[in-house]
Design a protein around this ligand. Structure first.
Ligand code: UDP
Ligand code: MG
Length: 135
């Protein structure tokens, strides 16, 4: 079964939406394989988002994602990576499909409620980033 990395971002955690987001994930056929609540330090967020280093939104993104608690989880399903990206929706909630997590809960292009790995390579790296103790 394919695994992917998902996390609920500070905007959704602050608005008490953890349960709502997890309900959508579970209702969409994903199994939660591992889960933890963490607060990223600046250096960790910079490392996690290093592919975006140098882009105009990088500083804002790092500051935002460190501003509160996040809930990270490993999700398991057939075609988990592709299906989770679909469930999460477009980066900018204004363009996210009806029924997607970002359509329902996202506030703006930065505070878009969640993260999902975008390929098998990033899924592997991102799972290890949050859960180095387990393969
Ligand atoms: N982001 C932003 N401004 C932008 C594009 C992205 O603040 O113009 C933030 C947003 O929180 C997004 C994250 O940076 O989720 C990573 O960007 P990416 O393009 O990888 O989007 P994602 O894969 O999360 O849809
Ligand atoms: Mg991305």
């Amino acid at each position: 079964m394919e695994k992917t990395l998902f996390f609920i971002k500070p905007d959704a955690v602050e608005r008490n939406l953890i349960g709502e987001v997890i309900r959508k994930v579970e209702n969409s056929g994903f199994k939660i394989n591992n889960l933890k609540m963490v607060r990223l330090r600046k250096a960790q967020a910079e490392e996690f988002y290093k592919i975006h280093k140098g882009k105009d939104f990088f500083e804002k993104l790092v500051e935002y994602v460190c501003a509160g608690l996040i809930v990270a989880m490993v999700l398991e399903k057939e075609s988990a990576i592709k299906d989770l990206r679909e469930l999460v929706g477009a980066t900018d909630p204004a363009f996210a499909k009806k029924g997607s997590i970002r359509y329902d809960f996202g506030l703006d292009v930065t505070r878009n409620s969640c993260h999902a790995s975008d390929s098998s390579k990033t899924a592997k790296d991102e799972i290890l980033f949050f859960f180095p103790e387990k393969d």
